[in-house]
Each structure stands twice: as structure tokens, then as C-alpha cells.
Write a protein that binds this ligand. Structure first.
Ligand code: BG6
Ligand code: MG
Length: 214
């Protein structure tokens, strides 16, 4: 019996590898403020909202800014990030994603996006994937960020499915925790050591089949 009715996908790092662009833009910000941070530290920024990311980065650099200055720097970072996003093409969709989404469609399973990003629609347009999504919940709809389950609970509700009948795909620890807190099955995408709280972890969507949802 098929119990899964909806799959909820994170965007950055699951559908497309924008994490590298976020990293470049945040590093540019840090460098302009006179410090640097590592790829290892960058892991902590995955799944976290823009302003929360900025707060963490400023803490790493021991930099204190006023609220107004923070908004200015976050706006600057987003402009640098969008310069990179504008150059994106459908070639950047991660391997196996379109095939898997097509198989969900063919099996009558709803497809939702659950992303912290306020740029999600633009990115989905650039990579020509927006048509796949029945529901889009993103940073513009949220009052609480991951690991709070709000993003996935709103996604489940909009698809008309109970959380217990939803499967979340996440590349960030905060996102895995959000899905679990929402009472959903969570499949990690990426490093099993980092995503150990997921039900199981895949390296990429070539490994994913409909059967593994149940
Ligand atoms: C998440 C990313 O998907 O979106 C984070 O993992 C990012 O790194 C967050 O900070 C917010 O994105 P944006 O596009 O609104 O700055
Ligand atoms: Mg992500």
C-alpha cells in the first residue's frame, strides 16, 4: 500500500548546488569586513536564513554592526549572490532530480518545495524546474526558520497531506531536524556523518527510487 502522498524538497543543495554561490557571496562579505571563514564553518550556514547566517558570520569575525548596517550588508551579499544566480542554467540541476520528480508525478505523489530562501522562485525559474512543484513554501512565508518545522508543516498542509504521509529531502542538519520535528520521514542528501539524524542518507538522486519512500 502506498502511504506517501507528498514529497517536500529543500532547494539549495538538494535540487541545485547553490550552496557554493552562497559561500562565495558570504566570503566576499567577510573579506570586505577584514576576515575569512572556512568551508567547514560554512556547513553551519546551510538551511539557515539570511539574517541568521549574517549574525553567525559576524560572530566568527568578531564584528559588531548596528541593525541598519546589518541590513545593508545582507542586501549587498544578496546582490552578489544574485549576480551568480542570474548566470544559472538548467544544466545545474543536480543529477537524477528531474527523473525522480517525474516518477513522483507518475505515481500521483504531490511535490512541494520547503526552502528558507527568499530567492527560491527566481532560482526555480532559472533552472526551469518551477513547473514540477504543486506547492512552494519559502523564506517569504516563514516566521520561524529551520530547525523549526514550520516550513514543512505549511508545505504538508498546502498539499493536503498529513505529516506522517510526507517525506522530506534535506542536505542540512537544521533541515533534517525540522522535518523530524514535524513528524515526517526525512531522507538526507549528502554526507551521512553530518546528516545522521535522517532516516537514511543518499549521496544523490540517482540512488533514489519510489520504493525507498515507504
Ligand atoms: C537556504 C540556504 O536554503 O536559504 C542558506 O541553505 C540561505 O544558506 C537561506 O542562507 C536563505 O537564502 P536567501 O536566498 O533568502 O538568502
Ligand atoms: Mg539546503
Amino acid at each position: 500500500m502506498i502511504t506517501t502522498k507528498a514529497c517536500l524538497f529543500d532547494l539549495d543543495g538538494v535540487i541545485v548546488d547553490t550552496a557554493v554561490y552562497h559561500f562565495q557571496a558570504w566570503r566576499r562579505l567577510a573579506n570586505e569586513l577584514g576576515f575569512d571563514f572556512t568551508e567547514h564553518q560554512n556547513e553551519q550556514l546551510k538551511g539557515i536564513s539570511r539574517m541568521e547566517s549574517l549574525d553567525l558570520i559576524l560572530k566568527w569575525g568578531n564584528v559588531t554592526l548596528s541593525e541598519e548596517e546589518k541590513i545593508e550588508w545582507a542586501t549587498r551579499k544578496n546582490a552578489w549572490y544574485l549576480e551568480l544566480v542570474q548566470q544559472m542554467t538548467p544544466n545545474e540541476v543536480l543529477k537524477g532530480v528531474p527523473e525522480f520528480l517525474r516518477s513522483l508525478r507518475a505515481n500521483g505523489i504531490k511535490i512541494a518545495l520547503g526552502s528558507a530562501s527568499k530567492n527560491s522562485r527566481l532560482i526555480l525559474e532559472k533552472i526551469k524546474m518551477i513547473e514540477f512543484f504543486d506547492v512552494i513554501i519559502d523564506g517569504n512565508d516563514l516566521t520561524r526558520g529551520k530547525p523549526d518545522p514550520q516550513v514543512f508543516l505549511l508545505g504538508a498542509e498546502a498539499t493536503g497531506c498529513k505529516p506522517a504521509n510526507c517525506v522530506v529531502f534535506e542536505d542540512a542538519l537544521a533541515g533534517v531536524q525540522a522535518g523530524k520535528a514535524g513528524g515526517m520521514k526525512v531522507i538526507g542528501v549528502g554526507d551521512a556523518k553530518i546528516l545522521h539524524e535522517a532516516d537514511f542518507v543518499i549521496k544523490g538522486f540517482e540512488e533514489m527510487t519510489i520504493e525507498r519512500l515507504f
